[in-house]
Design a protein around this ligand. Structure first.
Ligand SMILES: NC(=O)c1ccc[n+]([C@@H]2O[C@H](COP(=O)([O-])OP(=O)(O)OC[C@H]3O[C@@H](n4cnc5c(N)ncnc54)[C@H](OP(=O)(O)O)[C@@H]3O)[C@@H](O)[C@H]2O)c1
Length: 83
């Protein structure tokens, strides 16, 4: 039987992602941390390298357009959550 994992994208390189959510996805049996986006391409690239994340984007919209993702975690400042 093939195991299907939920493929996550994380919007931003926020502290909460680094400290808690990314490790939690990694530790889960059914989650895969597939992509990260940052306002700065270089920051996204460095973050992806450090966390061994396969895909990185220099804009949040580019990550949202990634059809391979199943779910997106949004650790932006509270005022930006809705948008
Ligand atoms: N820290 C905690 O312990 C904790 C606990 C529970 C919940 N939360 C929630 O998690 C969310 C993120 O908190 P955090 O402490 O991890 O925040 P943070 O480290 O400041 O990260 C927020 C990220 O949002 C992005 N961003 C986009 N526009 C921004 C702007 N105008 N100003 C600042 N950042 C901007 C930045 O990522 P890029 O530069 O990569 O785009 C930044 O790294 C909040 O909703 C907070 O309430 C945090």
């Amino acid at each position: 039987m093939t195991e299907t994992k939920l493929r996550w994208g994380v919007i931003s390189t926020a502290n909460i992602g680094r400290a808690a959510v990314n490790p939690a996805i990694r530790a889960s049996s059914n989650g895969e941390l597939l992509a990260v986006a940052s306002r700065e391409e270089e920051r996204a690239r460095e973050f992806a390298e450090k966390w061994d994340i396969a895909r990185h984007y220099g804009s949040y919209d580019a990550l949202l357009d990634d059809a391979l993702l199943d779910a997106v975690y949004i650790p932006l400042p509270n005022s930006m959550h809705r948008e």
